[in-house]
Each structure stands twice: as C-alpha cells, then as structure tokens.
Design a protein around this ligand. Structure first.
Ligand SMILES: [Zn+2]
Ligand SMILES: [Zn+2]
Length: 243
C-alpha cells in the first residue's frame, strides 16, 4: 500500500514552510506522495513537482479552490482555476484539465466549507460525479473532532472515496493524517480514488492543538515560528526546531 497526504499548504498561501521546506519535511515521513494545495494558486505545486526528484517523493500538483459553496481540493491540475465560481462549474473546470476533486473539511464550522445538500446536488450531474470523487472524512487542521465524525457519515452516505489529510500549515504535521491506497505512484492513487479503494489513516495525535492555521498564526505572531526564507530552509521554529 502507498501512503499520501493530499492537502498541504506552503508559504505561498497561508502555510509556514517554503516549497523546499515542505518537500524536505515530507521526505522525512513514510509518505510516498504529497499534494501541494495552496489556496487558489498552483505555482508552488508546480515548483514542487520540479523539485520533487531531489527529495525522493512524488508530488501531485493541485490547489484548494475557494468555490462559491466552500473549499474544494483539486488534484492533477496544472493551471489555476478562478475562485468563487459555483461548485458545479469549478468541478467542470477541473475536469477540463483532467483533474480530480476532493471535498475539503465538509460542513466544518468557521471555515469556508461545502455543506451536505450542496454536495449532493452537485453530484447529481454525472459530469461532476466523474471528477468529484473524494471527501475528507478526516481533516487534521480541525480542532473539532465532532465535525470529522459528521464528515465520515457524509462520506459513507455519498459513497465518495474516503480521504484523511493533514491540511498542514506547519511542517511537523505533514503526514500525521494520510490516505493509503493500492500501489505507490500518482497514477495508482488516481485509480484508487476513482474506484473508491482509498483508506483513511486516522491517528489521533497529541499535537492536534497546534495544527490549525490560527494556532500557526499565533506561533508566528509570538515570534516562535517564522516563514523560512532559505530556498532549502527546513527550519521554521526558532526554539522548537527538533519537532
Ligand atoms: Zn480549507
Ligand atoms: Zn487547506
């Protein structure tokens, strides 16, 4: 089985590590694949694809797209997709690029999240259903475990491929929540998503408190963490660099 973390941010959006730092951190995990999914942009993801061979890890280019209904992870895309389009239209734009979509943190309060009725309505179109194939049944960036339980229920109801992702904004959370699939390559993962053969890997970790973007921001404001300026800078914490 291969292992992938399909929702990771870099400093090009609201993450705390450069593209190189994210790759460096990911290479120290047991992940075979990561997806770089900055908000509404793909430039960091494309840079990561180019740099990936140096780090011995595969990268799927993607983005977390802000649709009118909420956040949507798009994978296997090479061009940015405009934000704030309806969910239905956004998925069709991803389909034009040959990509796949995963619902990010469905129904999560306080985040811009797709709600169950909107998802079910969009999936009624076969063109959407052929591209929107997965759902995060566990998002590691959420402090509210109860929401992940509701997401799992929605995943079972819709029959979408079940995915667990770190939604990492901090280097040390990469791979803490991940998705297993038969095979090890991006092509194997794609097939597993389409055939609903993915397995979420949900390990409850004591670091959950530190995983959200808001807490990352607090660490930055407190001067404990910073955006690594070096091209290969893997260190983001001034005092806790061993974590
Ligand atoms: Zn999001
Ligand atoms: Zn995210």
């Amino acid at each position: 089985m291969g292992k992938a973390d399909l929702h990771i941010h870099t400093a090009l959006s609201d993450g705390m590590g450069t593209v190189s730092a994210v790759l460096e951190a990911a290479s120290r995990t047991d992940l075979d694949i990561i997806a770089i999914t900055d908000h509404d942009r793909v430039d960091g993801a494309l840079e990561a694809v180019d740099l990936a061979p140096r780090y011995g890890i595969s990268v799927i280019p993607g983005a977390e797209i802000t649709t009118a209904e909420g956040h949507l992870v798009a994978l296997y895309i090479n061009r940015p997709i405009p934000p704030r389009l309806p969910l239905h239209d956004t998925v069709l734009r991803v389909a034009e690029q040959g990509g796949l979509c995963i619902v990010a943190h469905p129904m999560a309060p306080f985040l811009n999240s797709i709600k169950a009725p909107n998802l079910i309505w969009a999936l009624a179109d076969p063109l959407v259903a052929g591209t929107l194939v997965g759902l995060e049944v566990y998002n590691g960036g959420l402090p509210q475990l109860a929401n992940n339980r509701r997401a799992l229920v929605l995943g079972e109801k819709t029959g979408l491929a079940q995915v667990a992702s770190s939604d990492s904004h901090l280097l040390w959370t990469i791979g803490m929540w991940a998705t297993e699939f038969p095979g090890s390559s991006p092509a194997d993962l794609r097939l597993a998503l389409e055939l609903r053969l993915t397995q979420p890997v949900i390990a409850d970790r004591p670091f959950r408190f530190f995983t959200s973007w808001a807490r990352g921001l607090l660490l930055r404001r407190a001067g404990i963490a910073y955006w690594s300026p070096e091209p290969r800078g893997g260190v983001i914490l001034r005092r806790l660099s061993s974590i």
